[in-house]
Design a protein around this ligand. Structure first.
Ligand code: NAG
Ligand code: NAG
Ligand code: NAG
Ligand code: NAG
Ligand code: NAG
Ligand code: NAG
Ligand code: NAG
Ligand code: NAG
Ligand code: NAG
Ligand code: NAG
Ligand code: NAG
Length: 581
């Protein structure tokens, strides 16, 4: 055995331990997932390392929060078992019942060796958080995820069942138990003189408040595993029947997505023709383009071109310690305005909501929450879908003279519909636009692969009625990704892997209602350089170096920037700025 302070063992699969193709063929560059096998070191007695995801602090009111510790559990043999369940009660002990901010706090510790695990937290079947665990080291680790869950307020004021799934397993080589606490903090509303929402005066309350009801589109308890649906391939769709109250006047579908196993690194999968022509025996296929498609009663209501989250064991695990990959501790969810389609589902009967993933390979975990707003003054609203265009995505691919594989895709979805409630007859227009470019170079022996990808999406919602202020919500997102892996075989039977990665999440949000508007922008970019020397499936040397630049600006009034860098677990620079100038 080696006595180096860092050793890794390689695994391809982390969810289905029974398949344990450990020591997956190390002759392929598809070695994108690894697990740290830190040997105990002199640091063993030192305090646990704190991992973190760079994100802006949650804006809190100046009130004292009421807190509810809702779960304390040690996840050890949880894989394939029922989620951990607990009775949730609202903060009855709190003097206030009006909260302006509600924050979920997840804190976990672990020590020893363990895989990265996917996590889901549901309340009454509604998903609140999708997360990935950090990979522990011998001296132990600790990490905290804070998430603003105010939008789930209508759920949080009632008794519910909490369900948490974290499919951990222990064996002789994997001793890391995950010790988890979940606490919810409720911040009472500040008693301030109010201009009764003058900035966001708008057509109906639903355009400036949280939903009155949230309908879970997830699998029902009791079950083993998470409440998510599993999509195995492009022809397997999953669906759920649901019904909305007949006095609904606005609806937004929030979708949670994560990808695993053969599709964990979907953006690196070559097209099948290339795999066949070049005899790439060990690469999952179907090309690098994926989209999640959502339909109601067989009518496409929206699509998601997902952000390529890299989990904590991905590419080179040393890159994600202690700064974790963008979105890995709190995966993004995606909102689709389904108000234009309400006219089709207000009849009080069940309708079918269906998820599919274009060109999926095994396996995607997907579920959704349907946020609905109800007319307080009537028992029934009415509506009609006026226009709907949802052609399939246009995908093209070609190989240029240098051997570079290009895949480009575009799509747009348009919908327009009206809903008449006691707030008036409101017409909602939805436009979703997507574009995707991926270029890929793979050497014939599969030793080097370079992927350059960019996804751009626009989501535009306009709602109006004659002689009233208009509501507009526009979201523009760009996800750049560059990933380059180079493997070289050394004379002594070891191999070295050099991997560079650039991952970005850029977002601009514009919102206007009446005479007020707000304009938020976020640029968030990570750059990582890493190397690993692998011998007998153990990494006997290597490093990970990561820089991240995070810049958030809301109307030039509220800003947050952070520039942080790490090398081999150590923070080498950290600059935080809270002001706009
Ligand atoms: C979880 O909460 C328990 C009880 O309050 C506490 O003893 C323990 O240290 C906490 N663990 C973590 C990881 O925060
Ligand atoms: C909520 O749960 C608490 C504690 O179990 C119980 O005392 C209370 O009656 C429940 N409330 C409702 C409305 O079911
Ligand atoms: C797709 O997945 C379904 C399970 O959801 C399975 O029954 C079917 O055989 C799979 N199809 C292919 C082509 O693998
Ligand atoms: C799905 O994958 C196949 C095999 O690589 C490819 O021919 C096809 O173009 C892909 N379809 C899309 C929509 O990307
Ligand atoms: C394809 O690769 C496999 C295993 O790597 C090998 O056994 C087979 O001979 C190759 N086929 C061709 C046509 O090169
Ligand atoms: C609501 O407005 C739309 C568009 O202006 C119109 O076509 C529809 O007839 C109106 N519905 C009712 C019930 O007035
Ligand atoms: C993808 O490439 C096409 C053609 O070069 C270009 O028009 C489009 O803007 C690109 N999309 C992105 C997201 O860069
Ligand atoms: C990959 O590594 C080999 C050996 O170190 C080197 O010759 C080659 O230039 C590298 N390729 C890339 C794309 O970095
Ligand atoms: C990674 O980046 C380093 C430094 O920029 C460069 O020297 C090396 O060639 C890159 N390797 C790969 C595989 O991209
Ligand atoms: C919002 O910000 C974008 C980009 O910074 C700018 O182009 C646009 O004009 C701004 N809109 C308003 C209404 O300020
Ligand atoms: C970083 O960690 C690797 C893996 O143990 C080690 O080989 C390398 O020397 C370390 N570099 C520094 C500068 O500590």
């Amino acid at each position: 055995m080696d006595f180096s302070p860092f050793s890794f063992l390689f695994f391809f699969l982390f969810l289905f331990l029974h398949h344990h193709i450990s020591a997956a063929n190390p002759h392929k560059t598809k070695l994108l997932k690894s697990q740290l096998l830190d040997q105990p070191t002199s640091h063993d007695g030192s305090s646990p390392t704190r991992y973190f995801e760079v994100t802006k602090p949650i804006k809190l009111p100046k009130t004292k929060p009421c807190s509810n510790h809702i779960l304390h559990h040690d996840f050890a043999f949880a894989y394939g078992k029922s989620p951990v369940l607990a009775n949730y009660t609202p903060p009855y002990h709190c003097p206030s019942r009006e909260f302006s901010r509600i924050v979920l706090e997840w804190t976990a510790t672990s020590k020893g060796r363990q895989f990265d695990r996917i996590v889901g937290v549901w309340l009454g079947g509604v998903e609140l958080l999708r997360s990935c665990t950090a990979e522990p080291r011998p001296n132990g680790i600790v990490w905290t995820v804070e998430k603003d869950i105010t939008r789930y307020s209508s759920l949080l004021i009632r008794n519910q069942t909490l369900a948490v799934y974290l499919g951990n397993v222990l064996d002789e080589n994997h001793k890391g138990v995950y010790h988890v606490n979940i606490t919810i903090h409720y911040y009472p509303a500040e008693k301030v003189f109010s201009y009764s929402g003058s900035k966001f005066k708008t057509l109906a309350p639903g355009y400036r408040s949280h939903a009155d009801l949230i309908i879970p589109i997830s699998r029902d308890l009791p079950l083993n595993d998470g409440l998510w649906f599993k999509i195995q391939n492009s022809s397997s769709a999953e669906h759920k029947l649901f019904k909305v109250p007949q006095n609904t006047y606005r609806a937004v579908l929030e979708v949670y997505v994560s990808f695993h196993e053969d599709d964990e690194f979907w953006y690196t999968n070559p097209p099948n023709v290339v795999i066949a022509a070049k005899n790439f025996s060990d690469m999952p296929g179907n090309g690098p383009f994926r989209e999640v498609v959502i339909s109601i009663d067989n009518e496409i209501v929206g699509a998601i071109w997902p952000f390529p989250v890299i989990y904590t064991g991905g590419v080179n695990p040393l890159l994600w310690r202690p700064i974790t990959g963008i979105g890995s501790f709190s995966l993004p969810s995606y909102d689709i305005e389904v108000t234009p389609f309400l006219g089709n589902i207000l009849d009080g009967s069940f309708h079918e909501l269906r998820f599919s993933v274009t060109n999926a390979t095994h396996v995607w975990f997907i579920d959704a929450n349907l946020h609905v707003w109800l007319d307080r003054n009537s028992k029934k609203t009415q509506g009609k879908l006026l226009k709907h265009i949802g052609h399939p995505s246009q995908v093209s691919d070609f190989i240029d003279s240098s051997g570079t594989i290009w895949i480009c895709a575009r799509r747009s979805i348009l919908a327009s519909g009206w809903v008449k409630s006691s707030y008036g007859n409101i017409t909602t227009n939805l436009i979703q636009e997507f574009s995707f470019n991926n270029s890929m170079v793979i050497s014939d022996d599969e030793n080097t692969q370079t992927v350059n990808q960019i996804i751009h999406s626009e989501d535009i919602v306009h709602a109006n009625q004659p002689f009233s202020p208009r509501f507009a919500k526009e979201t523009y997102r760009t996800f750049p990704l560059y990933l380059s892996t180079n493997k070289s075989v050394q004379g002594d039977g070891s191999s070295s892997y050099v991997t560079n990665v650039t991952l970005g999440f850029d977002e601009r949000k514009f919102k206007s209602a009446g005479f007020g508007f707000s304009n938020n922008s976020l640029t968030n970019l990570q750059n990582g350089n890493g190397a690993m020397v692998v011998k007998d499936n153990l990494v006997v040397g290597g490093f990970g170096s990561t820089q991240q630049a995070y810049n958030y600006n809301q109307d030039n009034e509220a800003c947050y920037s952070r520039n942080v860098a790490s090398f081999n677990y150590t923070i080498t620079g950290d600059e935080v700025r809270n002001s706009c100038f």
